[in-house]
Design a protein around this ligand. Structure first.
Ligand code: ZN
Length: 305
């Protein structure tokens, strides 16, 4: 931000130059690396045109099975801030930091969130009783995420502090509105119909916030496959509880749910976006779009129960 500081010395020209410098000069932007696409969106919201955001796990990609490539280490060494989710979501991030010899700042965006335990999880380090990493599925947690990101950016770039704070607080208001809308939509569904089957157990925080029971045959991590016995048990449960709301996710293999839908006689609903955004033009190009899309689809599915 050296150029920026120099220009502010001449007060009369400062305002015009400020705008020109921050928007046009990519070299002046703070390079920030987010571990996955949802965090990338939040960093963009808070940092706006003062940051240049890149991501390790991009849209429609699965962070659970991600393996860093040599290019990722190179990217990390060019960044000044690494933003991770924490709560055990990116076991590969610490290894990457070590192997790349990264000496920059790291912020754990979920800092301060009250962690939940996994209920239905199994395999791949996400066993029942492990910490549930999917805290962003409760928008009230995301308020903490953006505040943590704003604080980390302010430390790196004190001149931008008021901008980062203003951006994160404006976004906190949008999160409040999102939360209120979700509550209204879900409250319209009778409590005994609030049951959903999804492919992996990523909705613990969402279910707790909005009073929905989620059943996930695939467990917490998308890497684990359920046994034939577990699938058979799930089909019995679907029939017994008359569950029609069955969904798959953008980053997971829909084969299992296709089998469930055939054997249990349910129709698989539209794709949900859970651990990854869609492409920018898709239905979940940002975190707010992702949540609004999921709430709408889940509510429509549960009405069929
Ligand atoms: Zn997940």
């Amino acid at each position: 931000m050296k150029n920026l500081r120099d220009t502010v010395i001449k007060p009369l020209a400062a305002l015009t130059l400020f705008a020109v410098v921050t928007i046009s000069s990519a070299a002046d932007k703070i390079p920030v690396l987010a571990s996955f696409s949802i965090l990338g969106d939040l960093v963009r919201v808070v940092g706006a045109d003062r940051v240049a955001v890149t991501m390790l796990v991009g849209p429609d990609e699965d962070a659970h099975v991600f393996e860093p490539k040599p290019g990722d280490a190179k990217n990390l060494l060019q960044t000044r801030l690494l933003v991770t989710n924490g709560l055990g979501f990116e076991p590969w991030a610490q290894k990457l930091v070590k192997s790349a010899g990264y000496k920059g700042q790291t912020v754990v965006a979920s800092q301060g969130v009250k962690p939940r335990q996994m209920v239905a999880g199994k395999g791949h380090g996400h066993d029942r009783g492990d910490t549930d990493p999917h805290a962003w599925q409760d928008p009230t947690n995301v308020t903490l995420y953006v505040r943590n990101i704003a604080a980390a950016l302010s430390k790196l770039d004190p001149e931008g502090k008021t901008i980062y704070q203003a951006n994160s607080e404006a976004y906190a208001k949008e999160l409040q509105a999102l939360d209120a809308d979700a509550k209204t939509q879900i409250a319209a569904i009778p409590a005994d119909k609030r049951k959903v089957i999804t492919s992996h157990d990523a909705f613990g925080y969402f279910g707790a916030r909005y009073g929905i029971k989620f059943l996930a045959p695939q467990g917490a991590s998308t890497g684990s496959e359920p046994s034939a016995k577990e699938v058979a048990q799930l089909i019995r449960q679907i029939r017994k509880e008359k569950i029609k709301a069955v969904f798959v996710e953008n980053m997971s293999n829909p084969k299992l749910l296709a089998q469930l839908s055939k054997d249990a006689g349910v129709t698989v609903g539209p794709t949900l976006y859970v651990d990854a955004l869609s492409a920018p033009q898709g239905p979940a190009g940002s975190y707010l779009q992702l949540m609004r899309h999921n709430v709408t689809q889940l509510a429509a599915g549960m009405k069929l129960n």
